[in-house]
Design a protein around this ligand. Structure first.
Ligand code: KIV
Length: 298
């Protein structure tokens, strides 16, 4: 990556160390913000690597951002594994978390462990994430941890089950629903999760919960009190249409630039200004003459 803004500090490659679970906990202990971003392919992984993020989530949001599904519900495990493998090939230092898709872990502990093993063995993920903190998710998290695979939990707005939650909206805005989120977060922590995502919950609820959280908490729409933040790659770079959720901050408008680039190319081809002489390959004049003669003789 050559066009790094001059006001942004990125540690030199040589000074970076691969992210490990002990380093992650050290960051929490020292109060150093943890940075996570999603990635779904080789270019997004390379961007995350070059920017020096700590954690990369191959999120099931890839169902929407790169595969064009209307939600995360329908995406198949094999589709996400293809994306995860591409991300793995683009990363050296960040810790890679693979997101278990809906329907790939709920049925039984055996199904959950089998799916998690595929993310680790086939795609090279360091850990997996699953959604929800109810009885089933907690049991599955414990089973996967028991099989030796680190698990990241995810509470609050859990998109895979957003229909059951009443839609794609903030959670825990009453004392009773916030108490349920607290129970879920603590149960996932107790089940051995190494970290947890809090999505779309009031900042005050995160703040109240933080003293109880011994594992790193990564927020998305959960305010500043948590240990780190995650954003969807396509949201933060403005690659997808629409404004997105309230918590999205846009750091670029790449979709506009992509459309402008393709539009310019379209115009150049139609006006025959592309390709120019500099884009073609030359041939020795004698060879060309010989070729023309041979062609004419056929
Ligand atoms: O899939 C995803 O992008 C996620 C993040 C929103 C945490 O689960």
């Amino acid at each position: 990556m050559s066009t790094m803004p001059t006001n942004v500090q990125v540690p030199a490659d040589a000074s970076r160390l691969p992210m490990t679970l002990p380093r992650l906990f050290e960051k929490k202990r020292h109060g150093e913000p943890i940075v996570m971003v999603t990635a779904y392919d080789h270019p997004s992984a390379r961007a995350a690597e070059a920017a020096g993020v700590d954690l990369v989530l191959m999120g099931d949001s890839g169902a929407m951002t790169v595969l064009g599904y209307p939600s995360t519900v329908a995406v198949e495990l094999d589709e996400l594994l293809v994306l995860a493998k591409a991300v793995r090939r683009g990363l050296n230092n960040p810790f890679l978390v693979g997101d278990l898709p809906f329907g790939s872990y709920e049925v039984s502990d055996e199904q959950a462990v089998t799916t998690a093993l595929r993310f680790v063995k086939e795609a090279g993920c360091d850990a997996v994430k699953l959604e929800g903190g109810g009885e089933t998710s907690v049991r599955r998290a414990r089973a996967i941890v028991g099989a030796g695979i680190p698990v990241m939990g995810h509470v609050g707005l859990t998109p895979q089950t957003s229909t059951a939650l009443g839609g794609y909206k903030a959670q825990g805005r009453t004392a009773a629903t916030a108490a349920r989120i607290a129970d879920e977060a603590l149960a996932l922590q107790e089940a051995g999760c190494f970290a947890i995502v809090f999505e779309a919950i009031p900042s005050g609820i995160s703040e109240a919960l933080m003293p109880r959280m011994e594992i790193p908490v990564i927020g998305i729409g959960a305010g500043p009190a948590v240990d780190g933040q995650v954003l969807v790659f396509h949201d933060l770079l403005g690659i997808r249409e629409g404004l997105g959720a309230r918590f999205v901050k846009r750091y670029a408008n790449l979709l506009d630039e992509m459309v402008a680039g393709v539009a310019q190319y379209t115009q150049d081809v139609r006006e025959r200004t592309y390709p120019g002489p500099e884009h073609g390959y030359s041939i020795d004049a004698d060879e060309l003459a010989e070729f023309r003669a041979q062609l004419a003789a056929r």
